[in-house]
Design a binder for this molecule. Structure first.
Ligand code: PAF
Length: 283
């Protein structure tokens, strides 16, 4: 695994790989890697023969200095994990390399960002779009891999690629859970044992709502109420939102149907956790 910190060195490596006819698979991350990230790398390896991972904690997508400061980091451990996965290239830039000066451009897709997390995190998705577009230009991947835990992010990036005619295949990969059911997230590391046990209620609630839907409950308000009630039995939990949305438009639905998505954001001990589940006939 080669580690590069500058855009120049990154481009040299990429151009060499492209000259050799390699198919470039890209997994952008903010580090503190877990099985979810590793599953993206493994997906990429199935379809590509040159794997690039970036680790960059992007300040532009954080809503508060405190959240940015508290974001867990362990670049040494991350590099060890990436070596085990046998990736080809790690891009590990400093902030000044990505933002040598304050960018003046502002990217947004309001019809997708003015919903769900975008309502509560103003500027977050424009910050994600900016860094991902920059990274796409630098890495020039054939395929890029995103986890569907961040479903809204995945959809927004897919839309950007479509609107800007970028020649990149954006691939959404399944959300990965621990055995306990909790969705893998770098933020889980900030939970205390009590917080962790309250956070387990999130997936439990999503599952119970899905079962109610399978039994015939179609009213989104009733399903949302079920989830809220269960999650809020956890003393450390505060529901930010629960929505049932069309997976293509993220519009709230009037009747919950097959393929719709239940998306939630919950604060557990001041740690913001998101999760989602697809409504499907089978379990
Ligand atoms: O999902 C993430 O980790 C980040 O939002 C991403 C896509 C790496 C952009 O900073």
């Amino acid at each position: 695994m080669k580690v590069v910190k500058s855009k120049k060195a990154l481009k040299e490596e990429i151009h060499r790989a492209k000259k050799e006819g390699k198919i470039i698979g890209f997994v952008p991350t903010m580090g503190y890697l877990h099985e979810g990230h590793l599953s993206l790398i493994r997906e990429a390896k199935k379809e590509c023969d040159y794997i690039v991972v970036s680790i960059f904690v992007n300040p532009k997508q954080f809503n508060s200095e405190e959240d940015l400061k508290k974001y867990p980091r362990d670049f040494e451990r991350d590099q060890g994990l990436l070596r085990q996965e046998n990736i080809d290239l790690l891009f590990l830039p400093e902030i000044e390399e990505i933002y040598p000066e304050e960018p003046k451009i502002y990217l947004d897709i309001p019809s997708l960002t003015n919903k769900l997390c975008g309502i509560y995190r103003p500027g977050h998705f424009p910050g994600v779009l900016l860094v991902v577009l920059k990274l796409f230009h630098l890495v020039e991947p054939h395929k890029a891999y995103f986890g569907k835990k961040d479903y809204q992010q995945y959809l927004i990036i897919k839309q950007m690629v479509k609107d800007l005619d970028l020649d990149i295949d954006v691939i959404g990969c399944s959300l990965i859970r621990e055995e306990s059911g909790i969705a893998l997230s770098s933020r889980n590391a900030r939970l205390s044992p009590n917080g962790y046990s309250d956070a387990l209620l999130i997936y439990r609630a999503l599952n119970i709502a899905k079962k109610e839907w399978q039994k015939g409950e179609r009213n989104p308000e009733n399903l949302k109420e079920i989830i809220k009630d269960i999650v809020e039995t956890g003393a450390l939990n505060r529901v930010e939102y629960v929505e049932i949305v069309d997976p293509n438009t993220l519009e709230s639905v009037k009747e919950a149907k097959e393929g719709d998505l239940i998306a939630v954001a919950v604060y557990t001990e001041n740690v913001r956790l998101i999760d989602n589940i697809e409504l499907r006939g089978e379990s």
